[in-house]
Design a binder for this molecule. Sequence first.
Ligand SMILES: Cc1cc2nc3c(=O)[nH]c(=O)nc-3n(C[C@H](O)[C@H](O)[C@H](O)COP(=O)(O)OP(=O)(O)OC[C@H]3O[C@@H](n4cnc5c(N)ncnc54)[C@H](O)[C@@H]3O)c2cc1C
Length: 401
Amino acid sequence: MGGVTMAVGSEGADICIVGAGVMGTSIAYQLAIRKAGRIVVCDQGSVGEGMSGRSSALIRMHYTFREEVQLAVLSLRMFRDWVEITGGQPVFHPAPFVRLVHPDETEKLRQNVAMQRECGAHVELIDRPTLAGMAPGWAVEEVILAAYEPDSGYGSGGQVAADLLARARELGVTYRAGARVLGLRRSGDQVTGVDTSRGPIAADLVICATGVWSKPLLRAAGWDPPIETEFHHVALVRRPGREPGDGLACIDSVTRTYFRPDVPGTTLVGSFYGPRGADPDNFPQRASEADLARLVEAASQRVPGLAEGGIAGSVTGVYDMTPDTRPLIGPVPGLPGCMAVMGFSGMGFKISPAVGVAVAEMVCQGVASTVDLRPFRPERFAEGRPIQPEGEYRDDLNTAR
Ligand SMILES: Cc1cc2nc3c(=O)[nH]c(=O)nc-3n(C[C@H](O)[C@H](O)[C@H](O)COP(=O)(O)OP(=O)(O)OC[C@H]3O[C@@H](n4cnc5c(N)ncnc54)[C@H](O)[C@@H]3O)c2cc1C
């Protein structure tokens, strides 16, 4: 154990996981408990320092695609059982969740809630008077129905990655921080390991959980993942007085914002959209005052009290967007020995525990049995078969989180 002390250049593994964000660490942990062999996790930086550590970390189950709901339902359970699973501190902060859609999509909301309940989600439809009673400070005049998840909340991407890696290392996984993967090693088409800034690692299977950094790495190996980067900023707004609705989290199609409670007296506010083409190694570390003011103005159409709070801070980050805003999970086309787990399009945190379970099943048993991962196969776009759920909302292609 203790990969950081291993002699550089002498490393061999059955499985090398590139990336120590919530995805790479979750997969490492799940493979370790299945005794899948010698596992090395390497990261160019340190655990959770990628986009996981910048995540708004909303945990909710409202999706329009069944397999995503299934991943979210299982993950919520795991977040709530975190102490038991990882031995770490609790990571789950309760914040009942409300999904608001355009009034003309109320029927879709109803259908999606029915589907989510079939998947085991604890979700209810509530009408406007009920919502107004829960959140008297919100402007809800146009709402016909809302989806309400009493058991949802938020977490911390940095903590989740750190806890899962710590547990994986206790189970024998080797971790190499500061090891940037420069390229995939090949024998013909077969991937046989990686070359890192700290020496080569031979491996029978390389799992790329490399988030927004995936494209150059894979493209150099011959596969161009359909991923575009998208810049996002989040505002932390001071709340002068506490109102009953302040404990709720919400995604709101009408204002195209999302918000949730943060540290006491503060609300975190984010938006659906952002400019494409951000450089993950060189993006603004702070949002501009004008951008933050616009964001808070939009959210205050729903929660007027937000307009009275000052900005306490901001967070910026980059999403790895795919054309259908769903992840790429599975063997990389044309590169046997390499698996992609990337493209989470701004929604990966909340499903990361279950993605680890399902990917580990795929590796160990050849097929993911807990949740069917086949719809997420990386080649679906080349096949002309993107994910298009029936109940998709019209702004779904950019409502990540
Ligand atoms: C501002 C913001 C808000 C968000 N809000 C939410 C939310 O509310 N709910 C939600 O579910 N999701 C949210 N997300 C999305 C979620 O955070 C991500 O989908 C998730 O963290 C992705 O995890 P990951 O492990 O794939 O990527 P990362 O955490 O970015 O991990 C990838 C790792 O790979 C490493 N790496 C990359 N290339 C190499 C290489 N060549 N060699 C070695 N190491 C490499 C990086 O250093 C990094 O540590 C948000 C994201 C952002 C940016």
